[in-house]
Design a protein around this ligand. Structure first.
Ligand code: 3PG
Length: 219
């Protein structure tokens, strides 16, 4: 069931805590980055369909790192969504709420979470079966204060949220203090400019620092 898939995923994302949002140009870089992130203690990453290589990277990373919770991001159409799950992604997310994609996910039991930015979208998505929501673009929308206010009237529904957009090492602790927020995501780990410059030591150091901060927050 679609709802159960999301509940299961919410539990896994809560254990993982931080989801790097990756924009990757080629398979080798993608595999090296997944390996580096795992070595630093991260358990998941979202590979975005913002580059042509995304599908290939999902397929290769799934084979190479079967225990890594691999997600597909920036899922904007049916092809992306079907491809992501055909290739072995454990979850998929989108920046916005596209009812057609949610209906497809509900039909096929895909662990797919759309992005929401307003209470109206929460209610419309909830009616179609969504229980785990991406909140995007979190900081520009008003950050943790805004999300807490969105959550308040729906607390009794037991919904889960994962904010992204402007979330960084400097503010993620505030989000994770909210019980309904299962994880935070963002491009601050595995940054495109660091990848381009080959700053692998810095990438690993940043990822380790994030995991240490997560441990301090969640114990
Ligand atoms: C996303 O798709 O979640 C965002 O692009 C992440 O936003 P950020 O670049 O501000 O972290």
């Amino acid at each position: 069931m679609y709802v159960d898939k999301q509940k299961d995923l919410a539990g896994k994302l809560r254990s993982a805590g931080i989801v790097p949002v990756l924009v990757l140009e080629d398979v080798d870089t993608g595999l090296k980055l997944c390996e580096t992130l795992q070595r630093a203690g991260l358990r998941t990453a979202e590979i975005t369909f913002r580059t042509k290589a995304a599908a290939q990277i999902i397929e290769a990373a799934k084979k190479r790192f079967p225990d890594f919770l691999l997600g597909a991001g920036t899922v904007l159409n049916r092809d992306h969504l079907n491809q992501a799950f055909d290739l072995g992604a454990a979850f998929a997310v989108a920046p916005g709420f596209n009812p057609a994609l949610v209906k497809l996910a509900a039909d096929r039991d895909y662990a797919f979470s759309p992005g929401i930015a307003t209470p109206s979208e929460v209610e419309q998505a909830h009616e179609l079966g969504v229980r785990l929501f991406k909140f995007f673009p979190a900081e520009a929308l008003g950050g943790v204060a805004m999300l807490k206010n969105i959550i308040a009237p729906y607390r009794h529904l037991g919904l889960s949220f994962m904010p992204t957009g402007g979330v960084t090492a400097a503010n993620f602790a505030d989000y994770l203090a909210v019980p309904e927020i299962v994880s935070v995501g963002g491009t601050w780990l595995g940054r495109a400019d660091d990848l381009k410059a080959g700053n692998w030591d810095k990438i690993e150091k940043d990822a380790k620092a994030a995991m240490e901060a997560l441990k301090r927050i969640r114990g």
